[in-house]
Design a protein around this ligand. Sequence first.
Ligand code: HEC
Length: 280
Amino acid sequence: MYKANSLKHFISVLLLMIMALAFSGSASADYASSCAGCHSPLASSNKKGSSASKIKSAIVSNMGGMGSLSGLSDVALNAIAVELGGSANLSVTPPPVVCTSPQVRDVATNTCVTPACPTGQVRNAAGVCAAIPVTCTSPQVRDVATNTCVTPACPTGQVRNAAGVCEVTVTPVTCTLPKVLNTTTNACETPACPTGQVRNAAGVCEVTVTPVTCTLPKVLNTTTNACETPACPTGQVQVKILTKTLNTKRMSMKKGMALNLISHSLVNWLSMPRKFFDWV
Ligand code: HEC
């Protein structure tokens, strides 16, 4: 019987120790060790419903010798008050929040905030402050690594033209003058002549001239634009018919007779060289 009782007692003590260990630092353990001796165990405490501030002021004023409990923190007193069914009304400093990069703790508010980037930088998608991305004008594009505008290479077989557009390369055709290459169409074209000029048969631009009017027997030389007397066929010579002289000739003979005489003389004269050469 005694043995059994002592075993029970031992087990009880052991359990209490285990519980004390288990609740060590907890509010109920604090109450048991700091208050129960004067105010009965928690379940039957005569200070039920006490607020933390009331307990603290009793400690500060050393009520009933409670000044010895000044080592209890506000956090512990709040917890004891909760155990007693009272208000945990002592303001305590919350533990500093732990922030994850790039966020940092704002001491004033004890919250995690993302700090502003240095001037000229912005936070990128990865949360890292980096230089403000440059704005590039087409065809240039931004090179992310260097944050500069670069002109990308054209696809194989293409070259960038003056307008900055990649184009399929073409071998320019060879043109023969006066035709010249139209670089847009890659075709040979005859360019227009300057104002006042026309392209002649040789393909050369020449100043246009108004052909002079020639009076027979003179005819136009198109090369020199001058009136010239053409050479007579072989065996012929040019004669000047003096019609005007005939009309005004102070001769008593009729015009018809005079013309007949003249023409006869002419014919005789014209045929003379041939007769002469025939004779020779
Ligand atoms: C050494 C004994 C002793 C201890 C230990 C002790 N008290 Fe007290 N306490 C007293 C006495 C004596 C009074 C004054 C009479 C009363 O109000 O019961 C008192 C008063 C109080 C009051 C009333 C204060 C008021 O303004 O009316 C509260 C609440 C209280 N104690 C809570 C506690 C708590 C909680 C603990 C443990 C942390 C504790 N006491 C520890 C002895 C003690």
